[in-house]
Design a protein around this ligand. Structure first.
Ligand code: DGY
Length: 420
């Protein structure tokens, strides 16, 4: 145990580039949005001031319209593609990508405040972030749900954080590949190609990027012109949970008007989630907004409404049964994709491997619904993986091998989170 703590702390310190933590050396050399917010919770376990700094640095790159970008390019670096020269985006002070990521930050703020030894001082730091969090969440509602579906749209697989999930296969295949400038992938210089997205996917990731760049990343245009537009069950679950935590913060800060505004977002979203439930499969799904179809892929993102606190207790039990079934058919839980599906690939990124951050969200949700035994099983599995294979980005659920980047910040952060 003390070994894991020391190892995790060392990884965060080594990946600390001064106010922000990179996810992993070489592969991901900048500040990633949801990585940072999750990593801040890890920092808070041993250095609260540094945890606040992580979030403050992230929000220093917030766009004028409220969006917080998915990557902030704080410094030049030649080991990553597509970098700032390709994106050509940012605020007046920071160069960044032109898309966002699941909004974990408010969840992180609440966790840090609750764990703080000096609540008054922590609330002062949180109060400074509060209006920025409100602006980001409001941006989600206005820019990404202009038609009032109750579910926000994700316009790029990179925005989901689960880039090559089978969830996106069909919707992404429908994106035409434009005659884009030739490019060289740098991820394959760091990680075996069997663990990464395929070329056909990258061509479409880049096509979307160039189309978005051509309209200056104007949110009003993007929503209508993007050939990829989905209701991602993970992003919507994270946003719902983040709104509940932001509401909690608003109450601490006596921000009554904000409480009413957040309540209206939560109410709208509850109706939206109803449309994603697949009772016969015992899981929530994502939806392709452009075709209206519920996407035929059961992924670990489909368990995250538990983390949001959306399902009834009956439905939560159904989800717990599905998780148990998946766990029983592999050695280490929770695989990111249904192991019984022919498209399951235990080593390829989001098409099967276990991810510590998803396990953290799932176990937080399971515990809140009283499924403690199953939560303990998932935590035990993750601990075994990290202590025997190392602090990898993800793990093969069948033989436990570590995959992707090593000395990975959010994996280390989750190990610290599980100490309480
Ligand atoms: C990558 O480059 O693989 C990232 O997932 C993009 O966010």
């Amino acid at each position: 145990r003390s070994d894991i703590i020391a190892r995790s702390v060392t990884i965060l310190r080594e990946n600390d580039f001064g106010g922000y933590t990179i996810p992993a050396k070489g592969l991901y050399p900048y500040q990633w949005n949801w990585d940072s917010a999750l990593v801040a919770m890890g920092w808070a376990m041993f250095d609260e001031a540094r945890a606040w700094e992580e979030l403050e640095t992230l929000f220093s790159a917030q766009w004028a319209d409220g969006m917080v970008p998915h990557i902030v390019f704080h410094r030049p670096c030649s080991t990553y593609f597509p970098g700032p020269d390709t994106w050509q985006a940012g605020s007046s002070t920071h160069s960044s990508t032109g898309i966002t990521q699941p909004p974990v930050a408010a969840i992180s703020v609440r966790k840090i405040v609750e764990g703080s030894g000096n609540r008054e001082a922590a609330l002062r730091r949180a109060a400074a972030l509060f209006p920025k969090l409100m602006r980001w969440h409001r941006w989600f509602v206005t820019a990404r749900d202009p038609e009032g579906r109750g579910l926000v749209a994700t316009l790029h697989p990179w925005e989901s954080g689960m880039d090559n999930s089978p969830m996106w296969d069909e919707a992404l295949a429908a994106v035409p590949v434009d005659p884009i400038p030739p490019y060289v992938r740098k991820d394959l210089g760091h990680v075996d190609s069997a663990m990464r997205p395929k070329q056909a996917e990258y061509d479409r990731y880049l096509t979307l990027l160039y189309r978005f760049r051509a309209v200056g990343y104007d949110p009003a245009q993007l929503y209508h012109m993007s050939p990829f537009r989905v209701s991602d069950v993970c992003t919507n679950s994270v946003l719902y949970r983040a709104n509940r935590d932001l509401r909690w913060l608003a109450l601490q800060l006596n921000e009554t008007e904000a409480v009413f505004e957040i309540d209206s977002w939560l109410e709208r979203a509850r109706a939206g989630f109803e449309t994603l439930w697949d009772g016969s499969a015992g899981i929530y799904r994502s939806q392709n907004q452009l075709t209206g179809t519920l996407i035929p892929a059961a992924t670990s993102g489909g368990f995250l409404p538990l983390f949001a606190g959306v399902p009834s207790t009956d439905r939560a039990s159904v989800l717990a049964d599905t998780i148990s079934r998946w766990a029983d058919s592999v050695r280490y839980s929770v695989p990111s994709f249904d192991p019984a599906d022919v498209r399951f690939e235990p080593l390829r990124y989001w098409r099967g491997p276990v991810w510590a951050i998803v396990n953290w969200m799932i176990t937080d949700g399971l515990r809140s619904y009283g499924h403690h035994k199953l939560a303990e099983r998932v935590i035990r599995d993750t601990r075994t993986l990290t202590s025997s294979s190392g602090m990898y980005e993800y793990f093969n659920p069948i033989d436990g091998a570590g995959a992707g980047g090593n000395n990975f910040s959010w994996t280390a952060a989750m190990c610290l989170m599980w100490l309480d």
